[in-house]
Design a protein around this ligand. Structure first.
Ligand SMILES: [Zn+2]
Length: 347
């Protein structure tokens, strides 16, 4: 691997992992299989990815380019291009959950399709721009978020993400007219402040960027603040008495089965990585690198762990979930780092 193969943008992304060793050691590995299209190199083939299983393919959209689905009696999910938001129609106005820029046109159009009531409340699932950076377009309404989300928004100073008007820490019941949303925080997960939005009367829950129905996890769970926290969030979601789950990114809505399948995948990855670490002594690689080059040592060790876990994972999951062959190797490395750094004792 030539160091010229590592692109600066990828290095920046890797730094989010929180480990300088990962940035230096894993970057080249991550880029190696996918660089040809970006660099225009004729010598490196574009990887051929596995086809999407039937349950992960895009679904038909309406003439305006979005998919509007009723969930329960009064809740609706809007999907376009693999991004999702939701809204609940109450007797006093519309409660919106998230305002993604990708749905800037679709959301107002979808709301207008089902009600003439105006949007009075906006719940932020978390602070990430791809889910809430069209919030300002809804004007001066009530905005509800976790206190950590408020802290993060304040730091970004983004006029498209106005500050919440109301925050909470553990649990908050949002009652508007005849509707009620139970907002709860299972602890730091995909991001600090990423909450569960439960609509009991609609038998629906939404949590963004944790379970993506039909799909293997995105790269590093979207630079997750805590992979153990992502697993713990799965456990909380699995206990909810619901029929429908909205994940924020996928082409379809989910069910409790999707939550359990996602949990099984991540637990498989977690357990196989722990086994591989136990079978991979770092000392085996000491003679292969220059004395003192701990980053090179760490890189070889992480690659060896990933080499052991990746084939097992592909065998079981490649035909069950979409894109298992896209980010799994990186996610094994993310988990290996989490097992060293977070070192949870409750998983
Ligand atoms: Zn996110």
């Amino acid at each position: 691997m030539d160091s010229n193969d590592v692109q600066p943008t990828s290095r920046r992304g890797l730094l989010k992992w929180g480990s300088a060793a990962a940035a230096a050691g894993v970057g080249a590995v991550l880029i190696s299989g996918t660089a040809s299209a970006a660099t225009g190199s004729a010598t490196k083939p574009v990887p051929k990815f596995a086809p999407l299983p039937a349950g992960a393919k895009p679904l038909p959209v309406g003439p305006a380019g979005y998919r509007l689905e009723r969930v329960g009696r009064d809740m609706y999910a809007v999907t376009a291009g693999g991004t999702q938001a939701a809204f609940v129609v109450s007797s006093k106005g519309v409660i919106l959950v998230d305002a993604p820029p990708a749905l800037a046109d679709a959301l107002p159009a979808a709301i207008k399709e089902v009600t003439s009531k105006r949007v009075t409340h906006l719940v932020y699932s978390h602070h990430h721009a791809d889910h809430i950076a069209n919030a300002a377009a809804f004007g001066d309404i009530a905005r509800i978020a976790h206190a950590e989300t408020a802290r993060l928004i304040k730091a970004e100073q983004d006029p498209q993400r106005p500050m919440p008007t109301e925050t909470f820490t553990d649990h908050h019941t949002l009652a508007v007219g005849n509707q009620r949303l139970e907002l709860s925080y299972p602890g730091v997960n995909h991001e600090a402040g990423n909450i569960i939005i439960h609509a009991p009367r609609q038998r629906t829950a939404m949590m963004v960027d944790v379970v993506l129905p039909g799909w293997a996890p995105f790269r590093a769970w979207g630079s997750a603040d805590s992979v153990p926290g992502v697993i713990r969030a799965h456990d909380v979601l699995a206990d909810l008495d619901i029929d429908t789950y909205i994940g924020g990114h996928a082409h379809r809505l989910g069910t409790p089965r999707d939550i359990k399948e996602s949990r099984e995948f991540i637990r498989d990855l977690w357990n196989h990585t722990a086994d591989a670490i136990a079978r991979t002594p770092v000392s085996d690689y000491l003679d292969l690198v220059e004395a003192g080059n701990n980053w090179a040592l760490f890189r070889l060790w992480l690659e060896s762990v990933a080499d052991k876990v990746e084939p097992i994972t592909h065998r079981k999951w490649l035909t069950r979930l979409a894109a298992v062959d896209v980010f799994t190797r990186e996610n094994i490395i993310t988990i290996a780092l989490s097992q060293i750094e977070d070192a949870p004792h409750n998983l």
